[in-house]
Design a binder for this molecule. Sequence first.
Ligand code: NAD
Length: 469
Amino acid sequence: MPTPEAAPLPGHRGARLAVLDPATGEVVDEAPDQRPDELDAAVARSRRAWPGWRADPAARTSALRAAADAVETAGDGLARLLTREQGKPLAESCAEITRTAARLRYFADLAPRTRRIDDGRPVHSEVRWRPVGPVAAIVPWNFPIQLAAAKFAPALAAGNTVVLKPSPHTPLATRLLGSLLAAVLPEDVLTVVTGREPLGARLAAHPGIRHVTFTGSVPTGRAVAAAAAGSLARVTLELGGNDAAVLLDDVDVERIADRLFWSAFRNCGQVCMAVKRVYAPARLHAEVVDALAHRARSVTVGSGLDPDTRIGPVSNAPQLARVEAVTRQALEAGARAAAGGHRIDRAGHFFAPTILTDVPPDSPVVTGEQFGPVLPVLPYRSLDEAVDAANGTGFGLGGSVWSADPDRAEAVADRLECGTAWINHHAELSLAQPFAGVHDSGVGVAGGPWGLYGNLRPFVVHRPREEQA
Ligand code: NAD
């Protein structure tokens, strides 16, 4: 049975959050459930720390390098706590920590480029870059540390201070990270606030914040944009995805099956840019279903702390209920579970890895974001039909095309309406590349230099040439 959502502990009068281990349902620890006045104080401290932090780029570089070292040194303890509160296999938590250190190092060494503009007129103009001001970073529970760092590393590198709010389901590793970084960063440059709603809503609307950078679901993203409109703060929204994998008719199913399976089931399917729908040519459809169902039935599901586990529990009770509901809806509408289709009968939030076939295309598991260990496989008759379906949900985060001929796959990928298209793999990212969704999947650009400039504003100095020294 599912365990209750993070709830105030008895006797704490709502001032603490109990954080539950999704593999057991037991309390891992508590975090503060912060009040509005505590949030105001955090933003005020962040504003006071900003002038000092923005003033010295060289000091920022050293501090961010030291932050990367601190994350690496704390790696194992941080990863273990992350697995306990989030559920993912320990190896995936370790990878999350490693990537966080790498991201800090990447942004430590990235600086904006001053540019002179010569348009032929007797005017000298120079574009310089200034930090926008205190940044609010609001992140979800699926990659608590990695997604937080994707926000605060570029924001800090740009010379902003940051108030970071993790999900109330996963505040513990983030709080530990915040205290580790407090030892190497100047005071109040990075502040972690924790609590249940409306803490995030208040932070997004806070008049002391100049950029709200949010990762989460589409409906919350809309609410964040509306909240930030009051203070006209800049908004960056990294929202949900419903990525399609389109298999071409020359694909070698056995050869790609492992890669395709893990593109959908890593982190128990709780990845914004996971494969969430597979489109297979009608001729290959049964073979693709069998290959994926075989893997879904044989993979080891269990506690993330068990070294044999490849897929952990669904991360929290509301998400488990959601995954179960969309699966049940599809089954009631005529879909068939070639593997899974149900919860696993044990303590914690376990759902059997599920491959669905005969799914009505208008089923919410196809049109929406299941965000869990459930994958519909749909047949197509013409490539145009597959591309239209891939582009037809309103999401536009990523997509992939799989073929024995990568050039042919790339020509099809070019027709996908999304931010990133992969060929014969999925969800691989470099720290140096831009990451942006289109349509409902987001606003603004993260990643690489684009992520740095997303935290900066241009400042132009303009003067007649004869005035130059
Ligand atoms: P969510 O939208 O429910 O919550 C995200 C964060 O917003 C949490 O910290 C939450 O406490 C906070 N929040 C809730 N209501 C708020 C409000 N009114 N104002 C401000 N903040 C508020 O999302 P979730 O369930 O935590 O995460 C899953 C979603 O995140 C999925 O849709 C997934 O695709 C998306 N996601 C997107 C990316 C990306 O890069 N595009 C990456 C990871 C996850």
